[in-house]
Design a protein around this ligand. Structure first.
Ligand code: TPP
Ligand code: MG
Length: 702
């Protein structure tokens, strides 16, 4: 790489000089507290207390620490702010309003109502400036860990040689988390990993208010939280309260400045606060967490804040102008950043071209040709085929990275020749701070949220693996992936009783339909190696959350010269083997049961029953096809339709109709050889053929 000109050095990520906290700031913070009370009072429901107490902390962050440009909310160089305690959404909405992100007073007035930009909990993609959807406690902080990891990977891909703080790709992740966030196991999983990863670009402020819904947190939360974070390897700080119970803003400012200077470890700031401060009666009560304070208490609190008790949604003169000063600050930061960014572009044209492709969300043109082709007549488990596909994709997509929750070998998720993603000096020769193999540890839930965070950072394409049965452990994050439509691929292997001897604890049964029940999540269960390659490609093309469901056991590679091409898998379901004449029966199957369906077809055709076999790797993609196509796959005039899948039966009825049949497993599995379990549980060609015969007989008599 030749440098055509010296790169101007952007300012490192340091603080902004001594804190000035003047009357204008105090009046603004008082107004924020008033708005939080008013919005909940107007809606009749919501969470006023925490938005009131957190007001100075959020204001300090947005005004002074967060590097953001409200006039360009998707600025590549921006810091990310995550409000992990999403119930306190007004904390975020009011800052977005005051900072000039486009939210207006009218949006605060319509808080929590139909069609508003201010729903009960912050929703990414709905309200500009919301970096991730939060509300399920614990998800935000774990997602933020993913953002912090992605930030490091991205600079490794684009600007690895710049010292930390000097690359246009360096930025910080700021989180506010509540007691509930830290009680949830997922936050412990993710925080532990953040410590291992020494994520110096991550700061978490814990709103230590000793209150949750059932009262004093001492009823359920008594450990030494700060000690725990110290043990995770974080840099910890305490921020106390003022004598009258407000957040000590000077102490918080000092702690945040220390966080900015900290490059080696994530920062944890334990910040004492009083929920609903300074409401005379509601403060420090659990009731203030989730209910409007009532008109009298609101009025009394306004008096305490120096606001007019008779006015709702008031902003004293000058407050908005004062707060919106952050727009000019943001533009200046952005301009300054642009100089170094443009210089980087000129000096690194190849990397700039890569970045442009990533920003355009395009795949490299050579991706389709890069995929492996599996030879007909051989046998390969779809997890193993997926492993080969992952490696082929990795060759042409530097933005493609991921790993497993300690099952890399079983999930076939390892990028051969790749380095482990680990901080400098911690993992030996096979690792690098910019490595592309993530070791999540046995932390499925955090893995799910971290994958979301990586995807939300916006430039890279993550995947993460575990056994399908443990998708339950990560379901909260999978649901958010679907809600946010993040470009995440979940690699779920060992997809049925076919996994064998590990027995019922490890054998998924209800999981396929349980996951298919999540709106916006595609579940792709390919039948052979070549379908595996095609569903991977389709998942990447769509860039929406996809769960790949893959077999442990070997599956025959279907001869595509005599059957439909595997590329048809992108349509979700397709006629793999047409009937020899107008079909009298249709057998529809996914994954390992497609070869069972083909064998049943051989039996039935030999008996003179023209039978069409449909391979259905992804019902969500199939449901999107036009009605004519769907009717060609599942002809309306063929009432004898049998579905076969080694799992719970219930969703298949939609595809087989009331005169059809479903062959599946509606009970737990057992510890024995996988092939034997298929026999014992009736997932066989003979059972499918018998079912078709019986339906044809019923049809004949009806
Ligand atoms: C996973 C999850 N479980 C339960 C809830 C319901 N819930 C909302 S807030 C909350 C606890 C509130 O306590 P805390 O986190 O300390 O917030 P604070 O009241 O201090 O704002 C609960 C249980 C939730 N949002 N997410
Ligand atoms: Mg609390």
């Amino acid at each position: 790489m030749t440098h055509t000109e010296p790169i101007p050095q952007p300012r490192p990520l340091v603080g902004e000089g001594p804190l000035t906290w003047d009357d204008a700031d105090r009046r603004t913070v008082a107004s924020i507290r008033g708005l939080a009370m008013d919005a909940v009072q107007r809606a009749g429901n919501g969470h006023p207390g925490t938005a009131m107490s957190l007001a100075p902390a959020a204001y300090l962050l947005f005004q002074r620490f967060l590097r953001h440009d409200p006039s360009d909310p998707s600025w590549l160089g921006r810091d990310r702010f995550v409000l992990s305690c999403g119930h306190s959404s007004l904390t975020l909405y009011i800052q977005l309003f005051l900072s000039g992100y486009g939210l207006e007073m009218s949006d605060l007035e319509s808080f929590r109502t139909w069609g508003s930009l201010t729903p009960g909990h912050p929703e990414h993609g709905h309200t500009v400036g919301v970096e991730t959807t939060t509300g399920p406690l614990g998800q935000g902080i774990a997602t933020a860990v993913g953002m912090a990891m992605a930030s490091r990977y991205q600079r490794g891909m684009l600007d690895p040689d710049a010292p930390w703080g000097f690359s246009p790709f360096d930025h910080r992740i700021w989180v506010i988390a509540s007691d509930g966030d830290l009680e949830e196991g997922i936050s412990g999983e993710a925080s532990s990993l953040a410590g291992v990863q020494r994520l110096g670009n991550l700061t978490v402020i814990w709103d230590d208010n000793h209150i949750s819904i059932e009262g004093d947190t001492a009823v359920a939360f008594t450990e030494d939280v700060v000690g725990r974070y110290e043990a995770y390897g974080w840099d910890v700080h305490y921020v106390g309260m003022t004598p009258d119970g407000d957040i000590d803003i000077l102490a918080l400012n000092t702690a945040l400045e220390a966080a900015v200077d900290q490059q080696e470890r994530p920062t944890f700031i334990a910040m004492r606060s009083t929920i609903a401060w300074p409401a005379p009666h509601a403060r420090n009560t659990a009731k203030a967490h989730g209910a409007a304070l009532g008109a009298d208490e609101v009025a009394a609190t306004k008096v305490a804040l120096g606001l007019d008790p008779a006015r709702d949604f008031q902003l004293p003169d000058g407050v908005l102008d004062h707060a919106r000063g952050v727009v000019a600050r943001g533009k200046a930061l952005h301009r300054e950043w642009d100089v170094s960014y443009q210089a980087w572009r000129r000096s690194h044209p190849d990397r700039a071209a890569l970045l442009d492709r990533l920003l355009a969300r395009e795949l490299p043109p050579e991706i389709a040709e890069a995929l492996p082709v599996f030879e007909a007549g051989t046998s390969i488990a779809t997890r193993a085929a997926s492993g080969k596909v992952i490696n082929a994709i990795a060759e042409v997509m530097p933005e493609f990275w991921g790993g497993s929750a300690d099952l890399a070998e079983s999930n076939n998720t390892t990028i051969e020749g790749g380095l482990s993603f680990l901080p400098a000096g911690s993992g030996g020769r096979d690792s690098s701070p910019y490595g592309r193999i993530i070791h999540f540890g046995i932390r499925e839930h955090a893995m799910g949220a971290i994958l979301n965070g990586i995807a939300l950072e916006g430039l890279t394409r993550p995947f993460g693996g575990t056994f399908l049965v443990f998708s339950d452990y990560m379901r909260g994050s999978v649901r958010l992936a679907a809600l946010m439509q993040t470009s995440v691929v979940f690699v779920w292997t060992h997809d049925s009783v076919g996994l064998g001897e590990d027995g019922p604890t490890h054998q998924p049964v209800e999981h396929l339909w349980s996951l298919r029940g999540i709106p916006g999540l595609a579940i792709a269960r390919p039948c052979d190696g070549n379908e595996t390659a095609q569903v991977w490609l389709e998942a990447l093309r769509r860039a929406t959350p996809t769960g790949l469901v893959l077999s442990r056991q070997g599956l025959p590679v279907i001869d595509r010269s005599t059957h439909a091409p595997a590329s048809e898998a992108a349509r979700g379901a397709y006629v793999l083997a047409p009937a020899s004449a107008k079909p009298r029966a249709v057998v529809i199957a996914s994954g390992s049961e497609v070869s069972v369906a083909l064998a049943a077809r051989d039996i039935l055709e030999a008996e003179g029953v023209p039978t069409q076999v449909v391979s259905a790797p992804c019902l969500e993609w199939f449901d999107e096809q036009d009605p004519d196509y769907r009717a060609s796959v599942l002809p309306d005039d063929t009432s004898v339709r049998v579905a076969v899948e080694a799992g719970a039966t219930y969703g298949w009825w939609r595809y087989v109709g009331s005169r059809g049949a479903v062959i599946g497993i509606d009970h737990f599995g057992a510890s024995a050889d996988g092939a034997l379990l298929f026999e014992k549980f009736g997932i066989t060609a003979d059972a499918v053929a018998a079912s078709v015969r019986s339906l044809l007989a019923q049809e004949g008599t009806s």
